[in-house]
Design a protein around this ligand. Structure first.
Ligand code: TXA
Ligand code: MG
Length: 339
């Protein structure tokens, strides 16, 4: 069950004080939990990179409670960005815009752009408003790993590196925000999220999809990212039962993330049926992968998801989390599951 809670003013103040002290505060957003630091304190922002084990050149998103302080961070807000902000903020949308001159390089990875997001989660809003400034925050996971969608995931990932974890329950969307960049008059989708390409086209008309060589770097788009520790393989929908049998031959335990119940009993499979709805599949994806990662299996098989842009963000994360096709496909279309 989704649980949206409001923190007491005292709890929010504890978070605000930690931010002012240059410490890290994890807070819930509607997408995933963020690992926050005062965006105007470069030493505090550096702690984010240390805690995550993230390369220092990777830029982070600055979170604001509303667009009212945008001019402090953005040199010039493209007109089309204003339309997008009106349509989707507060919400799961990040806009990459020209940075203001006073923005520190540690935020932008030395690039000329800055990523801004106004999250909708009430506890994120409370924290941002009480803090009164920008909070730099990537997802609160170790570099390359699954993003946290519950407070206990943050503790598992980061332990003592974070001073305060605000518990806002389970994230409602469960997948990171849609990221858009602006190139002249054009808008480019850098990372798919729950706001779909169709929804964005309804506001902007044409939409370029995927980073090109001139686009700002999006480290989250590296080939292997958002990944469990257990090797993961995508399996065509119709083959999931057969592949679960092959993979568990010799009494080896295999984990399965499917969109339906198994057709027959699989003695050595830990099977999660995550259903056929993109909203709930996406909300539960990282929690399910964490569960399967801990199930003592040598491989996770994931039933590939349907076409259609409501599945784009999920498909993107699954492709990145899966091991390479070359490793698991013998080239004939039938998958040879490796030991
Ligand atoms: O939903 C979200 O976006 C979550 C919550 C906490 O807001 N945050 C998140 O942050 O996913 P992170 O750091 O895990 O992913 C942010 C992505 C990275 O791929 C980063 O490279 C990209 O945004 N990014 C940040 N600043 C950028 C910039 N100036 N230009 C291009 N990409 C940028
Ligand atoms: Mg991340």
């Amino acid at each position: 069950m989704v649980r949206i809670v409001r923190a007491t003013q005292q709890e929010i103040q504890t978070g605000v004080q930690a931010l002012r002290d240059g410490e890290l505060v994890s807070f819930p957003t509607e997408t995933v939990y963020g690992l926050g630091a005062n965006a105007q304190n470069p030493a505090a922002v550096r702690k984010i990179f240390e805690a995550k084990g993230r390369p220092p050149t990777h830029p982070v998103i600055v979170h604001l409670d509303s667009p009212r302080f945008l001019h402090r961070w953005v040199r010039e807000v493209p007109q089309i960005a204003t339309r997008l902000a009106d349509a989707f903020w507060p919400g799961p949308l990040t806009l990459v815009m020209p940075r203001a001159s006073n923005v520190h390089d540690v935020i932008t990875g030395g690039q000329d752009t800055i990523a801004i997001r106004v999250p909708a989660h009430p506890m994120a809003q409370q924290l941002l408003t009480a803090f009164g400034g920008g909070i730099a925050a990537p997802s609160a996971n170790r570099y390359g790993r699954l993003s946290p969608t519950r407070a206990e995931h943050v503790r598992e990932e980061l332990g003592d590196a974070v001073r305060v974890i605000l518990d806002g329950g389970e994230c409602q969307i469960g997948l990171e925000s849609t990221i858009l960049a602006f190139e002249g008059e054009s808008v480019r989708l850098l990372r798919p999220g729950s706001i779909t390409a169709t929804q964005i086209r309804a506001i902007v008309g044409e939409l370029l999809v995927g980073p090109d060589s001139a686009s700002p770097r999006v480290p989250g788009s590296e080939p292997r990212h958002y990944a469990p520790s257990t090797p993961m393989t995508l399996v065509p929908a119709g083959e999931i039962d057969a592949q679960a049998d092959i993979a568990s031959s010799g009494a080896r335990r295999v984990a399965v993330l499917a969109q339906r119940l198994p057709l027959r009993a699989h003695k050595y499979a830990t099977w999660i049926n995550a259903g056929r709805k993109p909203e709930s599949f996406g909300r539960d994806l990282y929690t399910n992968l964490r569960t399967l990662d801990k199930a003592g299996c040598y491989r996770i098989l994931v039933q590939d998801v349907p076409d259609g842009d409501r599945w784009d963000a999920i498909r993107d994360r699954l492709r990145r989390a899966a091991t390479s096709v070359a490793e698991s496909n013998d080239g004939t279309g039938t998958m040879a599951v490796l030991p």
